[in-house]
Design a protein around this ligand. Structure first.
Ligand SMILES: Cc1cc2nc3c(=O)[nH]c(=O)nc-3n(C[C@H](O)[C@H](O)[C@H](O)COP(=O)(O)OP(=O)(O)OC[C@H]3O[C@@H](n4cnc5c(N)ncnc54)[C@H](O)[C@@H]3O)c2cc1C
Length: 443
């Protein structure tokens, strides 16, 4: 009976996945992030059926996630439904499913969809673009108390935690507990930690300042911790020093060379000292999704697949890894795990497959064109590094704002974000100050 059921389900599944015609090649792309979408788009004129699979129904513009976490923007403003690709591109089908297995021998993947269960899907070409997830460096138990920032759900959890802490601080009679509620610890001083800390500073000093009679949110303590010896380690040292000074001006305490030993209900123990805090946020590290390991190829320490200069998996014809999930070297240096390389790698592989489908062969290996690296440090201040060019300050911040508006996935997102930013810039207010009902303050 159960075998029959399974068969029926698998038939249904084939019907759903089967916008595929057997005489055409099938390209399966796992992941609808920057890299996966770029690959799908680059295949728009290819004579192939493209199946784009993601466990979420939306693509997230991750560089602005910190603004959802700090109540400037709402989730819908930085995300777009992946399914709209089907409307724009005839040879693409979108499937909401989590890929749970890859079998290179039978050239199939296993994907589980809500309500349908697991099914096997065959491929001629496979593009893995599954990105990264937070890495607690062997201390996954920290995740319960220190959420990472990777999804819209994470950003809403963090926003609820921050706003909830002030509600509890305003009701408690216990001075020590009030101080704990008003202490925010961010672990990891890379771009995400720096951007989040600076935005949090503006939230407490400006937006929330006069919202409570019993407490003064501007007296909050914001601590940015890192085991390394400076903030923004991927930027030049001179920029890193400028950002440290800027953070100090915003009232953020930066503690470098300090390792976090414990995260629990009461706060953190770092460098041997306990810091009581009700809100600990994890911006420290990332590891690749488990999918690259399933390819049986070599991976680096973060679990990214080592690929050849054409982004192919060695000894697996027609299998590629792109974006954050791939470890790509160029001129002896790793290509950084940020949005531009992911887009460029996805586009490159899409074009390569399209050419192969026409019987051609791409001769030039992937080459990353560096458009620069940016980070924003609160209102009116950003840093930019591109080759020998290093700039910081208000003009750089304007460039940052312009580039980010233009890069958002849909026109309506661009218009809405622009409107929210203008409102927030001139009034100091933030429109998205909601604690989700599923979150009780303090949890
Ligand atoms: C908070 C934050 C801030 C950032 N800020 C910046 C910035 O300012 N500038 C910049 O350039 N970069 C920034 N980045 C990095 C940038 O977002 C990534 O480099 C980029 O998203 C990588 O693209 P990708 O397509 O490889 O992966 P992602 O965009 O992460 O997409 C991966 C997709 O794969 C899907 N997926 C994963 N596993 C499975 C599975 N098993 N089955 C089905 N689907 C799966 C996921 O749901 C996701 O949609 C930031 C990242 C974060 C988290």
């Amino acid at each position: 009976m159960s075998a029959m059921l399974a068969e029926t389900r698998s038939d249904e599944a084939t019907a759903v996945v089967g916008a595929h015609r057997p005489e055409r090649k099938r390209v399966v792309i796992i992941g609808g992030g920057f890299a996966g979408i770029a690959a799908a788009r680059a295949l728009r004129h290819a004579d192939a059926d493209v199946l784009l699979i993601d466990r979420r129904n939306h693509h997230i513009f991750q560089p602005l996630l910190y603004q959802v976490a700090t109540a400037i923007l709402s989730p819908a403003e930085i995300a777009a439904p992946i399914r709209q690709l089907e409307a724009k591109q005839r040879n693409v089908s979108v499937l909401l499913a989590e890929v749970t297995g890859v079998d290179l021998a039978s050239r199939t993947i296993e994907a589980a969809s809500p309500g349908v269960g697991a099914r096997k899907i065959g491929f001629d070409y496979l593009v893995v673009a599954t990105g990264m997830r937070p890495n607690y460096f062997g201390h996954d138990e920290f995740a319960r108390y220190a959420p990472g920032l990777k999804s819209l759900g994470d950003a809403e959890t963090i926003r609820g935690k921050i706003l909830g802490a002030f509600e509890l601080a305003a009701t408690t009679e216990d001075e020590a507990e009030r101080a704990r509620q008003m202490t925010f610890v961010l672990v990891g001083a890379g771009p995400s930690g720096v951007e989040l800390a600076a935005s949090l500073s503006h939230l407490v000093k400006v937006t929330l300042r006069h919202n409570f009679h019993r407490i003064d949110p501007s007296k909050s303590t914001i601590i940015l911790l890192d085991a390394g010896n400076r903030v923004l380690p991927t930027f030049a040292e001179a920029l890193s020093r400028r950002v440290t000074r800027r953070l100090a001006k915003l009232g953020v305490k930066v503690l470098t060379g300090v390792k976090v030993e414990t995260v629990d209900e009461q706060g953190v123990v770092a460098g041997g000292n306990r810091i009581p805090s009700a809100t600990v946020l994890w911006t420290a590290g990332v590891a690749a999704s488990p999918i690259p390991k399933m390819l049986g190829t070599k991976t680096d320490r973060a679990g990214r697949a080592l690929v050849d200069p054409f982004l192919k998996v060695v000894d697996a014809p027609g299998v590629f890894v792109v974006g954050d999930a791939a470890s790509v070297m160029q001129n002896g240096h790793p290509v950084p795990g940020v949005a531009q390389p992911a887009i460029q790698e996805g586009r490159y592989v899409g074009r390569l497959i399209a050419k192969e489908l026409k019987g051609g062969k791409v001769k030039r290996p992937f080459s990353y064109f560096d458009k620069g690296n940016m980070a924003v440090v609160g209102k009116n201040y950003a840093v930019l590094e591109r080759g020998w060019l290093r700039t910081s300050g208000f003009l750089t911040w304007l460039v940052w704002a312009f580039v980010h508006i233009l890069s958002l996935p849909q026109l309506q997102n661009r218009l809405r974000v622009q409107r929210q930013w203008l409102w927030s810039y001139f009034t100091g207010q933030r429109s998205s100050r909601l604690i989700p009902e599923t979150r009780e303050p303090g949890r």
